[in-house]
Design a protein around this ligand. Structure first.
Ligand code: XMP
Length: 374
């Protein structure tokens, strides 16, 4: 593809718009950063870039992003965590969380845009975001116009989404031409609602803290392996045994299957499903069998994610799932066949947190699961 030609066209198209001031909400991910840098190339200081600290970020994320972007894109950090906590703690349903997050996020941005006198909002929306939101698989936080939200009357700004027709691998190419730092280009995607959708089920400060700590461990231990995304999610360790599914897996080894109380998102056919999460425990005949367990369970039962338990102990309130996927376009994704020893080491480190009672590896590709849980 002629990325120089594409970039020039994007910049010229933006220059032809009547822009006095454009506000960019930058998350430090490649999509929003590249979108903001493109608009800055087009309109210079008429672009104002901010990083909203929602309180759902990973350890030290806002300062880290500000410092690596200092050469290409000056950003202001705006701390809004109290407002997000006030509005979102206690919510349990995945879609309700996403919709509330979107509402708080854009109402906040609308206030900032008014203060700065900006009538455009720059977003890093890319093609899979709106395709999946419109397809009903999930409410992606940054998809507005494509689902019929009139941003001018609701929030007071028009949307500028220079990358809306592109896929992730193309965005990375465009970013290289713009001199976006490699740390940003190679960064794994992190969803806008952040840890709020990885603290699965009812959102609490403690669950957020458990998942933040486990995320740090998984990102550090599984980094550098060529994965597309690798992270942790946490929820209450509340299960009930399922005799029928247990029986159906007899030929794989001495296994038992339990279903968690929380639900998680997946894809069945072309539609979103919100089904059970199955936990499989016990001795496998061979480790490679672990990567086959999901098929039978998700095809025959209302289960979206299948997790093999790596380690557990009697105490603690939470379960932590290690999630790793390999994908080019994030529309489908495979589970990498990570060695058992490595996963056991990571699980051991996560279990050092007294609040964690068990750790497992999610062995479900997309579809039938989604990459995230909510
Ligand atoms: P799923 O879970 O739908 O995720 O398989 C596909 C990709 O999209 C990311 N994702 C999001 N990114 N805002 C974002 O900016 C969101 O609301 C959101 N939800 C999911 C996810 O991390 C994965 O890379």
């Amino acid at each position: 593809m002629d990325y120089v030609g594409i970039l020039n066209k994007l910049i010229n198209d933006i220059r032809s718009l009547p822009i006095n001031c454009a506000l960019a909400a930058v998350s430090g991910g490649v999509d929003s950063t590249t979108s903001a840098v493109i608009v800055r190339r087009a309109v210079g200081d008429k672009l104002r870039a901010v990083f909203l600290d929602t309180g759902f970020m990973r350890n030290n994320e806002p300062n880290y992003i500000k410092s690596i972007l200092s050469g290409v894109l000056p950003i202001d950090i705006i701390d809004m965590h109290e407002r997000f906590y006030r509005e979102m703690l206690g919510i349990g349903d995945a879609e309700e969380k996403r919709v509330r997050f979107r509402e708080v996020f854009y109402t906040t941005l609308s206030g900032i845009a008014k203060e700065l006198g900006c009538d455009w909002l720059v977003q890093g929306t890319i093609a899979p975001d709106w395709i999946e939101t419109r397809g009903g698989i999930k409410t992606q936080h940054n998809v507005l116009e494509q689902v019929g939200i009139d941003t001018v009357s609701k929030y007071g700004f028009k949307l500028l989404e220079p990358l809306r027709e592109f896929y992730k691998d193309q965005v990375r190419e465009i970013a290289k031409y713009l001199g976006v730092p490699d740390e940003i280009i190679n960064r794994q995607p992190f969803p806008g609602p952040g840890l709020s959708i990885r603290a699965v089920g009812t959102l609490t400060l403690e669950k957020l803290d458990v998942v933040r700590r486990a995320t740090e461990i998984v990102e550090r231990r599984l980094g550098g392996l060529g994965l597309s995304q690798w992270f942790a999610a946490a929820w209450e360790y509340e299960t009930s045994r399922d005799e029928e599914i247990t029986r159906s897996l007899r030929h794989f080894g001495e296994l038992s299957v339990e279903l968690f109380k929380v639900r998680a998102t997946g894809i069945k056919g072309d539609a979103r499903s919100y089904g059970h999460v199955a936990l499989i425990r016990g001795e496998l005949m061979r480790w490679d069998i672990v990567y086959m367990l999901y098929d039978q369970v998700t095809s025959n039962y209302d289960v979206t994610h299948v997790i093999y338990e790596l380690a557990s102990r009697g105490r603690g309130e939470y379960f932590v799932s290690i999630r790793a996927v390999v994908t080019d376009d994030f529309m489908t994704a495979d589970v990498p066949r990570l060695p058992r020893d490595l996963l056991m080491e990571v699980a051991g480190e996560i279990l050092e947190d007294d609040r964690v009672a068990g750790v497992g590896y999610d062995v479900t590709p997309k579809p039938p699961a989604t990459i995230e849980y909510e």
